[in-house]
Structure formats: structure tokens, C-alpha cells
Write a protein that binds this ligand. Structure first.
Ligand code: CO
Length: 134
């Protein structure tokens, strides 16, 4: 069911500092910052040969990553996104297996304009999992 890793998302308290760490210390290619108000984050893409890392900074009052950063003030790995071919089939299979799909269970349009779902971290080894239909 799972395809490639689409991205790994890291929540950070200071996007400029995190950008400098990845660009200057680690020597990676890093995009310009993009504000995504509908997702409550500002994001920078670290572009790697085989996947990308997204550095996420909260944007606005009700950012979905605020609570995570309150628990992890220095930042931390927030979620892993795996590609699937058919997100509805994947959801139905996971629900039948007892996994919890977050929200109302209907795919939303993610940061890349594709349908996404999030799965409860307690059902997946303590890691928030995002599925993206590609
Ligand atoms: Co994501």
C-alpha cells in the first residue's frame, strides 16, 4: 500500500535559524519560505535527491503545530508522509484494521495540492503519519 516517502516534516520554532542550519551547516538546497495560511504554517522545503524535508513554523493563532512545539520547544520531527495510489482504498483498509484516521476521515487538500489524510500516532509507533495520494 505504501509507496515512497513524500516528505519528512520537522516543526521548528524559528524558521530562519532552521533554514540556516540546513543550508549552511548541512549544505542542503533550501527553498524560499512559503506562507500557507490555510494550513497554519510557513514552510521551507529542503530538496534532497530522494525526498524532501519540510521545515514548518507556526503561522497564526490556531496553527496545528503549536501544541507540538509547546511540548517540544526546540523543535522536532512532526510527521512522515508516505505516498499511496488510492487514498480512499488506503483509508478504508486502515479503518477496517482498527486504525484511527484524524479529523472527519475525509481527505483534505494538502500543502502540495493533493489529497491527504493523517493517521493517529498512537496507532503507528508514536509517529504522526500523513498519506498523500500521488
Ligand atoms: Co506533510
Amino acid at each position: 500500500m505504501l509507496g515512497r516517502v513524500n516528505h519528512i516534516a520537522i516543526a521548528v520554532p524559528d524558521l530562519a535559524a532552521a533554514t540556516a542550519t540546513y543550508r549552511d551547516t548541512l549544505g542542503a538546497r533550501v527553498s524560499q519560505a512559503q506562507a500557507l495560511p490555510e494550513h497554519g504554517v510557513t514552510v521551507v522545503f529542503v530538496e534532497l535527491d530522494n525526498t524532501k524535508v519540510e521545515l514548518l513554523e507556526p503561522l497564526g493563532e490556531a496553527s496545528p503545530i503549536s501544541a507540538f512545539l509547546a511540548r517540544n520547544p526546540g523543535g522536532g520531527m512532526h510527521h512522515v508522509c508516505y505516498e499511496v495510489e488510492d487514498i480512499i482504498a488506503a483509508r478504508d483498509r486502515l479503518k477496517a484494521a482498527g486504525a484511527r484516521v484524524l479529523g472527519d476521515g475525509e481527505p483534505k487538500t494538502g500543502a502540495h495540492g493533493k489529497p491527504v489524510l493523517f493517521l493517529h500516532p498512537k496507532d503507528f509507533c508514536g509517529t504522526l503519519v500523513e498519506l498523500e495520494q500521488v
